[in-house]
Design a protein around this ligand. Sequence first.
Ligand SMILES: O=C(O)CCC(=O)C(=O)O
Ligand SMILES: [Fe+2]
Length: 421
Amino acid sequence: MPSLRGIVRSQLCRLSTADCVSRQIPPPFCTSKKITFAQKPSSNRAANSSIAADMASSNVTSSVKQRRSSQFSQAMEYSGTASVNKEQSQSSYAKDFPTLTVSIGSSSKGRNSKRYDVVNSSEHEGVANIASPQNKSSTFSVGHNGKKNVNVRKSPSGNSESVRVVGNNGSDCSESLPKVERFNICSPVTRDSHIQRVLRPGMVLLKRYISLYEQINIVKTCQTLGAGPGGFYRPGYKDGAKLCLNMMCLGLNWNPQTRNYDKRHPVDDCEPPSIPFEFQMLVQRAIQDAHCLIDKHSTVSNAEDILPSMSPDLCIINFYTTHGRLGLHQDRDESKKSLRKRLPVVSVSIGHSAEFLYSDQRSEDQADKVVLDSGDVLIFGGESRMVFHGVPYIIPNSAPRDLLAETGLRHGRLNLTFRQL
Ligand SMILES: O=C(O)CCC(=O)C(=O)O
Ligand SMILES: [Fe+2]
């Protein structure tokens, strides 16, 4: 199943990939479209980087090629219906570019089912609004008051659909059309602009950033790698005390006893697996989106000055059972050069939620606290690179049920911290 990032990431400063997947938009529909961006320049970097990341993913690339022609029939097969409503409007424009109305999800007969519609919300525009029922992850603002419109329009030739994503002030043909006050069916509490936060200079939290689909893939990859050479084990410190977690490393092995990075695993003497390409892409995408957020919230001309870019060559993967924890510490075993440049740590959380403390002092009392949920990405670099941080508590029964069901992941929390040596 291909990734769904294509469409939704187009405004990824504000909208997480999680939204697309959590809404169960059929993958063929999402990925095979020709995507055109009509965004403000400041958003283009993120949009382009996201698409580049998507296209670099082998899944997506091949699926785009393969599925292009049978796009809508696949969408129908997946879960719903599609129809071309040429008669819907009397305008010649609409006749030339008939609106596609696509119903995705269970039919309205299904009592307990969620329903996701791409509907014709305007006779003239053929604007397709994708929104979800109100739930915890409903952050896709739609329509006049919201952030995203996805237009689905079929070309006269009938064989190439395009998806246009426009922002609030989008400059598509709709500009010349009458302005209509839209009713926003998304919960006002969970507007997507609130879910990505600069916690402090150099520290960015991208909430619900990773789609459920991507989370599942990450878990499966970690399960496979974790069972092989260089896999998970329970590490201990020099004094014999054990860490309250299981750990494995990618790229280079971190040894808590020597506090060094080695080529080999301290227990099985194997080389750690290398960082999978998809993980690398995820990290790049997250840093670029963090830059985008910093651009939006600060007056600096270059977000790199606040949060330098980095290319990870190692990753520490922790698995916390529900009793796991990690005391306040600094990540300071990377090279002098890396620390001098204050290259960020990119932390990915999957599974159960956790409390996360961070502070300039090694003091739990004075520390700030944030909850890290499944799919969140936290980045700390620049001024925040040496922040004390730790995980005092895993929140029981807080993992997405579908994630556990799909992967058979134990109850607990997986955390991946990517770094550059
Ligand atoms: O689990 C986390 O969120 C933090 C992990 C961490 O700080 C580390 O591995 O150094
Ligand atoms: Fe750490």
